[in-house]
Design a protein around this ligand. Structure first.
Ligand code: MEV
Length: 432
């Protein structure tokens, strides 16, 4: 059990500067890391950005929030989330508080196995090709591993070769070779792509076919992370609704997502609401995780919910989320972006698997928040207050005027830029 406490009372009522101090106190971050997390003032310099992507003209900022209350495998965590959408950080923090009452999130993960694919066409004899590939497995693996000696030295690298055959495709039969690679703490895209390109000429010789595509698969279904949370009826109870009634509603919400792909897509978007912001804050390839998540949700042939919910024998609501999570803590933007490094430091992760487990816990938390709101008062009530603040700011309100205008619009149930502008004019006259 850790000694840190992520349950920081009234965190949301503090100023951004006070919150930053609380975060520093939580983890003993160095002043330089605190400065980086504060953002602005060219934390990611244009010079550095220019080396990251092409045609750079500047950098782009997002709000960075901290989700509180998380307890993961008995350890308290403050979770950095970079995201533009209101309610996500508050929802995840609230759900983490509910889960805490049932022991917090229990997480686990598989090894970091990824697949690199080589497409072979015009293979004259498929059976002979398959036999040739499998009998030269050691040579194929050695060729692949010569591309990434660092990974191999650390105990990872290519470890298996598989052959798949598609007898018909729009261009005829396809032989697809999979290289199974343990990426350890790297996301692995670069290593896998280099390996796939390196083994392609050897595979052409062995199969007498022609290699075309040589690329990783983002369906990283052998690199899974899992989170489980137990929600007690007491934790879920509301002034107007018993915990049992909330559980009933949440189970109906899950049932809807389990059977209907239209609903499952939105349900899974709610899960990714918790995951993408952590990926962005820590410099990950969030498109890869998104692609893998949705493909995994359709693995049975029908797109369905990524999470699973049921009532246990004690009457608690149990949620489980298992999904592919290809993340890395070495290489890529994690090393180049100063804020990503500070975010990883705050999370205290020392392996890619730990980061994946934090992400999946954040995803389950977002799922809890959305399902609970949807099964009770609906999401608009909580969302509107935050949305109203954005509308107030969009018409030029600053300081305390933002909250005054937002509160008035929520009271009036009219959250529109025109009304915000009107209120801004009225209130500006009062305050000057
Ligand atoms: C909004 O960003 C996410 C939700 O639509 C998720 C869901 O419907 O479960 C609230």
């Amino acid at each position: 059990m850790g000694t840190k406490n992520s349950r920081i009372a009234g965190f949301y009522q503090l100023t951004p500067e006070q919150r930053l101090q609380a975060v520093q106190a939580f983890d003993g971050l160095h002043q330089a890391e605190v400065e980086v997390l504060r953002g602005g003032r060219g934390v990611l310099s244009v010079e550095r950005a220019d080396k990251m992507i092409e045609n750079v003209i500047g950098t782009f900022e997002l709000p960075l929030g901290i989700a509180t209350n998380f307890q993961i495998n008995g350890e308290d965590k403050l979770i950095p989330m970079a995201v533009e959408e209101p309610s996500i950080v508050a929802g995840a923090s609230f759900a983490a508080k509910l889960a805490r009452a049932g022991g917090g999130f229990r997480t686990s993960s598989t090894r970091s196995l990824m697949i690199g694919q080589v497409q072979l066409v015009n293979v004259p004899d498929v059976d002979a090709a398959r036999t040739a590939i499998l009998s030269h497995k050691a040579e194929i693996l050695a060729t692949a591993n010569a591309q990434s000696t660092a990974l191999v030295k650390l105990g990872g690298g290519a470890e298996d070769v598989e052959v798949h055959f598609f007898p018909s495709s729009p261009t005829g039969p396809l032989l697809i070779v999979h290289l199974v690679v343990d990426c350890l703490d790297a996301m692995g895209a670069n290593a896998i792509n280099s390996m796939a390109e390196a083994v392609a000429p050897l595979l052409e010789r062995l199969t007498r076919g022609r290699a075309y595509l040589r690329i990783l698969s983002n369906l990283s279904d052998r690199r899974l992370a899992k989170a489980v949370a137990v929600l007690t009826p007491e934790a879920l109870a509301r002034p107007d609704m018993s915990g049992e009634a909330v559980i009933e509603g949440m189970l109906h919400a899950y049932a809807f997502a389990a059977v209907d792909p239209y609903r499952a897509t939105t349900h899974n978007k709610g899960i990714l609401n918790g995951i993408d912001p952590v990926l962005i804050a820590t410099g990950q390839d969030w498109r890869a995780v998104e692609a893998g998540a949705h493909a995994y949700a359709a693995r049975s042939g029908r797109y369905t919910s990524l999470s699973r919910w049921y009532r246990d024998e004690q009457g608690n609501l149990v949620g489980e989320l298992e999904m592919p999570l290809a993340v890395g803590i070495v290489g890529g933007a994690t090393k180049v972006h100063p804020a990503a490094q500070a975010a990883l430091k705050l999370l205290g992760v020392t392996s890619a698997r730990q980061l994946a487990e934090i992400c999946v816990a954040a995803g389950l938390a977002s799922n809890i928040a959305a399902m609970r709101a949807l099964a009770t008062e609906g999401i608009q009530q909580g969302h509107m207050a935050l949305h109203a603040r954005q509308i107030a700011m969009s018409v030029g309100a600053t300081g305390q005027l933002v909250d005054l205008i937002a509160e008035q619009m929520v009271r009036e149930r009219t959250i529109k830029p025109a009304r915000a502008a009107e209120l801004l004019r009225e209130l500006t006259n009062v305050f000057v």
